[in-house]
Design a protein around this ligand. Structure first.
Ligand SMILES: Nc1ncnc2c1ncn2[C@@H]1O[C@H](COP(=O)(O)OP(=O)(O)OP(=O)(O)O)[C@@H](O)[C@H]1O
Ligand SMILES: [Mg+2]
Length: 226
């Protein structure tokens, strides 16, 4: 069944755009048909997509930029995709736009930059999804890959989310420069060959699988026109 997945956090720089585009890419690698929708007026996903399209391997998923609230409320009318991933703005001024996207999403992924002190906006974003009745889960990003510090921070964050009763993915993405290096070099991460890229792609496949599992457990709610 086609599904729309919104990637949302009121905090900037937590990895929304990176998560969104890479899930689009990994979905295609896994055999699905994916559309990435840039709903952020800053258009960083559109810029990244343009860089990737210039490269030898191109961008395997489809991509579109969409800013009007009405269009965002009608994303379910875009057909022929297994998965639509929507990148959203990272600021409170755009809450109307975020709500338009959420009103039509099956699942919300809330990236949480473990090093960025984004706990409060992350919890606020989770509460917004909760109020709107959209299933959601927090995805920890930029986890320190080397030290014992990374796993320790993951455990601490899980404790906070457990206390708050907020669902999170057990999988996470680590802090690897390849996430930005590959884009700067016009190369999708699945084709990028620097030291940590292979590990990053493995973790992206794990995130994709966790998202799919979550989707498979959702109650089937057919919206008119979908
Ligand atoms: N797992 C990661 N490891 C290392 N760097 C990352 C990771 N995820 C994202 N980044 C980098 O962090 C920066 C911010 O990421 P991104 O643009 O995806 O965040 P965002 O939430 O979309 O930001 P904004 O709110 O401004 O739209 C980028 O330079 C990106 O390459
Ligand atoms: Mg972004």
């Amino acid at each position: 069944m086609p599904r729309t997945i919104a990637v949302v956090n009121q905090k900037g720089g937590v990895g929304k755009t990176t998560t969104c585009i890479n899930l689009g890419i990994v979905t295609v690698v896994a055999g699905g048909k994916a559309l990435v929708i840039d709903a952020d007026p800053q258009k960083s996903a559109t810029d990244a997509a343009a860089l990737l399209k210039k490269g030898k391997h191109g961008l395997p998923c489809d991509f579109t930029t969409e800013s009007g609230h009405e269009a965002l409320r009608n994303l379910h009318r875009i057909r022929n995709y297994d998965r639509k991933y929507v990148d959203t703005p990272g600021s409170l001024e755009n809450e109307g736009r975020v709500q338009a996207v959420l009103s039509n999403s099956d699942l919300v992924i809330i990236p949480f930059d473990l090093d960025g002190g984004a706990l409060k906006p992350t919890i606020r974003t989770a509460r917004l999804a909760q109020e709107m009745g959209v299933p959601f889960a927090i995805l920890m990003t930029k986890v320190d890959p080397h030290a014992t510090r990374g796993p320790k921070l993951v455990l601490e964050a899980r404790e906070v989310f457990d206390e708050q009763g907020l669902p999170y993915f057990k999988v996470f993405t680590r802090n690897y420069t390849c996430y930005s290096d590959c884009v700067k070099n016009n190369t999708i991460i699945t084709e990028w060959r620097d030291g940590s890229a292979r590990t990053a792609v493995e973790e992206l496949h794990r995130v994709h699988a966790a998202v799919e599992l979550k989707l498979s457990r959702l109650p089937i709610v057919e919206r008119v026109g979908r």
